[in-house]
Design a protein around this ligand. Structure first.
Ligand code: ATP
Length: 257
């Protein structure tokens, strides 16, 4: 189980906290969308969860163990259990789909093996399997620089799955994609969530997508949790409060589902 206990984060140049005494417990099977205006603290929350950002106070607790008490080897194991997908995909453009996906294995291997790029037949067959799951078998040997945004995010998802994570974290993974492609990526994420028995926690700006796919919505505002509940409980009023939107016509996203 993953918990955030009383976590505060403040960046050196900031006068306010990026996260302010946050408490959250994530449960098996949760498919969570994190909403909030730009600067609300969504990315900081994700970075805390995978250990990239150390809280100024409070604890991230994984399976009962506070991350701050773990030594580097244990932290590496925790990071392996948390797959991550990104807005700008973080792929190596000149490498093929297959080669990019294989890098998902890096956390399990010695630096030397990673350096020489030698993979076992089992690792290669696992990579082929996740590539097939995200629907890219026909593109396996294509360089990712020649793929569309949606295809690149599928590569990102396959790479994360190859890590065999228990938690999948997403920092605005559809922010660079058109609405139709975003919907298909969320649909794939939901399918993988069930198939791989993941806890999924994704930052997203599109409230409609969150309401359609999430089992739980968390809304942040100025570094604090202002909503934590079921999608149907995220009302129009809560939308206005979250985004400081004063009227329906000013809303960037519709709430129809
Ligand atoms: N590395 C950093 N150094 C200084 N301040 C930072 C840093 N990263 C984030 N911040 C600040 O912390 C606050 C929260 O930022 P964060 O990126 O977590 O928000 P966000 O909700 O993810 O925003 P967006 O939707 O625009 O990505 C913002 O005020 C931001 O300017």
């Amino acid at each position: 189980m993953l918990e955030i206990r009383n976590v505060t984060v403040r960046y050196p140049s900031m006068k306010d906290n990026a996260l302010n005494s946050i408490n959250l417990t994530f449960h098996e099977g949760d498919f969570i969308c994190v909403l909030g205006k730009s600067g609300a603290g969504k990315s900081t929350l994700i970075r805390c969860l995978n250990g990239l950002q150390k809280p100024a106070s409070g604890e991230i607790v994984w399976d009962g163990l506070p991350l701050s008490t773990l030594h580097e080897e244990q932290l590496q194991k925790v990071r392996r259990e948390m797959g991550m997908i990104f807005q700008h995909f973080n792929l190596v453009p000149r490498l093929t789909v297959f080669q990019n996906v294989l890098t998902g294995m890096f956390g399990y291997r010695s630096s030397f093996k990673n350096l020489i790029g030698w993979f076992t037949s089992e690792e290669k067959s696992l990579a082929k399997q996740v590539i097939q799951e995200v629907g890219l078998t026909d593109f396996m040997d294509r360089r990712v620089e020649h793929l569309s945004g949606g295809q690149k995010q599928r590569v990102g998802i396959a790479r994360a799955l190859l890590q065999q994570p228990r938690v999948l974290l997403g920092d605005e993974p559809v922010a660079s994609l058109d609405p139709g492609t975003s919907d298909r990526i969320f649909s794939l994420l939901k399918e993988m969530h069930h198939r791989h028995k993941l806890q999924t926690i994704i930052n997203v700006h599109d409230v409609q997508l969150a309401k359609r796919y999430a089992t739980r919505i968390i809304a942040l505002k100025e570094g604090e949790v202002i909503f934590d509940g079921k999608p149907e409980q995220f009302t129009d009023d809560m939308y206005v409060h979250t985004y400081d939107a004063s009227g329906y016509s000013e809303r960037p996203y519709t709430l129809t589902t």
